[in-house]
Design a protein around this ligand. Structure first.
Ligand code: COA
Ligand code: AMP
Length: 628
């Protein structure tokens, strides 16, 4: 571990020196003199006296250096079979135009813009346009229903919302505009304007005086394109809401300077991808993976990024990924393990792959959930390239643990995302905050300060930031994941220790599903747990106790509850299984024993906690838990 060990050690022993050196990856307006401000610890700030523009770094500087003709972004839609390449020069033109249009709509530095778009280039254009004028974007994943969108609109208080008439799923066209209209009806905050991209698959009805057509707005913007606005390195670039343990999502804030440096460092060093390389992240712009590795990192690096609108299977078949790799000569692919499980299920022998030339592919990166050894072996045998599990979170913005393919490739251990990435001082702690010996499970934590790129706080909620992440163990960031480190310093991430679950690589909160179930007039109390699922990693299962005197057909009620969650959270919640039960096991202080329930549902036989109020309730629930 030569280069890795030296770099890692330096990043921890001399973080300021290390990140001062990496700052040269970015073009600054005012270069950083001070690297880390720790005067308000635990609120750390990187590059506190520097200024820059993230959009300039992602677009303009490549054009200035003569790379305007290089392809910045390829939109590949599996739905119309077309792909469209956009050069850096063209993308810059479009972004400057949309940024100008936003300015004409009154959006300025620090104002928020909510982006609710499917996987079309307009999503990246809108994000970068915000960055260009110092506005703060908040992208909301298209699979969320009106209520979830409304909560985010109320929290972010956007001046403008950018959306489209529809998104496309394999079996149906999803009209976004009615979802947005409902969300805006529910939200207390009202934006000044909605900019809407009409797509041929669905025509949206426009609201007079509020809604504007993307094309009209772009025409106006082209007449007055926006220049880059100088922002402080510590100014927010975006807010991305993610599931916490309660129903209310957490608004993860990302700054401009630290984010640009960290991402620019990560692509070549972790992923081995540099200028001019073709890089494909098969995720969605609505998730952090999409923010960091569909949009910002590849563009900051001057690579070509693929924006793929489609699925690994069903668009049209399990050869979709191989087709995209072959068509665009993709060097490295990043997706979630669940995508490979879906391909394996449809095409276990990998027959469809033979039809495509995938020889350009050098590495497959997987994250979003643990890569189980089966999926690892299948992917690595069928592709014949290194398969790299790596671990990170919305909060961290870039990988905490990985096998650094650019810096120094290391032996791969199936089931482990390898070693801590430079900048991340990873420690595994017991309940008392003491480090555990190698091989012993505990809470995976990171010693403060977190490196550049990690969240500086939660939007408008410093208190929740401290309470959620920094209060469990003083001086450490609590990741919410449990696991252990082996004798060689390889990390094993075994799963969340809180009520967050991971369904098909999508992070969801069981707490928010419980909040929806509890709204139903027949429900007295409820619990939602995540149980292991072969395809999706985890699936939510709901258990409800009826109010006294309620007499309902359990199947009919279950269908109603499933629909309620779909309507309130969105199809992406994937809650399909709700059981009506006689009672829920609790501790004497009234806490539902969700962990014990989950362990039983996963086929284990956990010890019954000594704090249980009534063991008979748990026993009567066992058959329902085991039927899964
Ligand atoms: N807009 C609207 N609806 C969406 C959506 C979007 N952007 N994305 C998903 N949905 C809907 C789906 O249509 C589906 O609806 P249904 O219950 O009516 O069928 C539901 O949400 C669940 O979606 P999903 O979990 O994606 O299941 P799926 O069966 O459609 O696809 C996989 C399964 C594995 C193919 C798919 O999840 C996948 O490609 N995952 C890759 C992982 C990924 O992108 N992770 C992001 C972080 S890296
Ligand atoms: P998200 O914030 O949506 O990126 O989800 C982050 C969570 O996904 C983490 O806290 C983990 O629980 C899980 N996760 C992401 N990548 C991995 C991985 N490589 N191994 C295990 N869990 C992972």
């Amino acid at each position: 571990m030569g280069a890795y060990r030296a770099t890692y050690d330096r990043s921890l022993q001399d973080p300021e020196g290390f990140w001062r050196d990496q700052a040269s990856l970015v073009d600054w307006i005012r270069k950083p003199d001070k690297i880390l401000d720790d005067s308000r610890a635990p609120f750390y700030r990187w590059y506190p006296d520097a200024s820059l523009n993230t959009c300039f770094n992602a677009l303009d500087r490549h054009v200035v250096r003569g790379h305007g003709d290089r392809v910045a972004l390829v939109h590949d839609s599996a739905y119309d079979g077309k792909s469209r390449s956009i050069t850096y020069a063209r993308l810059l033109e479009d972004v400057a135009a949309f940024a100008g249009a936003l300015q004409q709509l009154g959006v300025g530095k620090g104002d928020r813009v909510v982006i609710y778009l499917p996987m079309i280039p307009e999503a990246a254009i809108a994000m970068l346009a915000c960055a260009r004028i110092g506005a703060v974007h908040s992208v909301v994943f298209g699979g969320f229903a009106p209520a979830e969108l409304a909560v985010r609109i109320d929290d972010a208080q956007p001046k403008v919302v950018v959306s489209a008439s529809c998104g496309i799923e394999p079996t149906r066209v999803i009209e976004y505009k009615p979802i947005l209209d409902k969300a805006l009806e529910r939200a207390h905050h009202k934006p000044d304007a909605v900019v809407l991209k009409q797509r041929p698959q669905a025509e949206a009805t426009m609201v007079d005086g509020r809604d504007l057509d993307w094309e009209d707005v772009m025409r106006a913007g082209r007449a007055n394109p926006a220049a880059c606005v100088e922002v402080e390195a510590t100014d927010p670039l975006y807010i991305l809401y993610t599931s916490g343990t309660t129903g209310k999502p957490k608004g993860v804030v990302r700054d401009n300077g630290g984010h640009a440096v960290a991402l620019a460092w990560s692509l070549p060093n972790i992923y081995g991808v540099g200028e001019g390389d073709v890089w494909w992240t098969a995720s969605d712009v609505g998730w952090v993976v999409g923010h960091s590795y569909i949009v910002y990192a590849p563009l900051l690096t001057g690579a070509t990024t693929i924006l793929y609108e489609g699925k690994p299977v069903g668009t049209p078949d399990a050869g979709a990924f191989w087709r995209v790799i072959a068509d665009h000569k993709v060097k490295a692919l990043f997706t979630a393990p669940t995508a490979f499980r879906a391909i394996k299920k449809e095409d276990p022998e990998g027959r469809l792959r033979a039809a495509y030339d995938v020889s350009s592919l050098e590495t497959l990166f997987l994250a979003g959930e643990r890569t189980d050894p089966d999926t690892y072996h299948w992917a690595s045998d069928s592709l014949g390239v290194p398969v790299i599990d790596h671990w990170w979170q919305t909060e961290t913005g870039w990988p905490i643990a990985a096998n650094l393919r650019g810096l120094e490739p290391m032996p791969i251990k199936p089931g482990s995302p390898s070693v801590p990435v430079p900048g991340w001082d990873v420690r595994v702690l017991d309940e008392r905050g003491q480090e555990v010996p190698a091989g012993t499970e505990g809470a995976i934590c990171v010693r403060l300060p977190l490196p550049p790129g990690a969240l500086p706080t939660l939007w408008n909620d410093d208190e929740r930031f401290v309470a959620s992440y920094l209060s469990a163990f003083e001086g450490y960031y609590l990741s919410g994941d449990g696991g252990y480190m082996d004798e060689d310093g390889y990390l094993y991430v075994m799963g969340r220790t809180d009520d967050v679950i991971n369904v098909a690589g999508h992070r969801l909160s069981t707490g928010s599903m419980e909040a929806v179930l509890a709204q139903h007039p027949a429900v007295a109390e409820c619990a939602v747990i995540g149980v292991a699922d072969q395809m999706r990693g985890q699936l939510p299962r709901g258990f409800v106790v009826l109010k006294a005197g309620v007499d309902r057909d359990p199947d009919e009620l279950a269908r109603e509850l499933v629909q309620l969650v779909r309507d309130e959270i969105g199809a992406v919640a994937a809650l399909k299984d709700v059981s009506v039960v006689g009672g829920l096991p609790k501790t004497r202080s009234g806490k539902i024993l969700r962990k014990t329930m989950r362990e039983i549902a996963d086929g284990h036989d956990p010890a019954v906690p000594s704090t249980i109020e009534d063991a008979a309730v748990l026993d009567s629930l066992r058959p329902a838990l085991r039927r899964g």
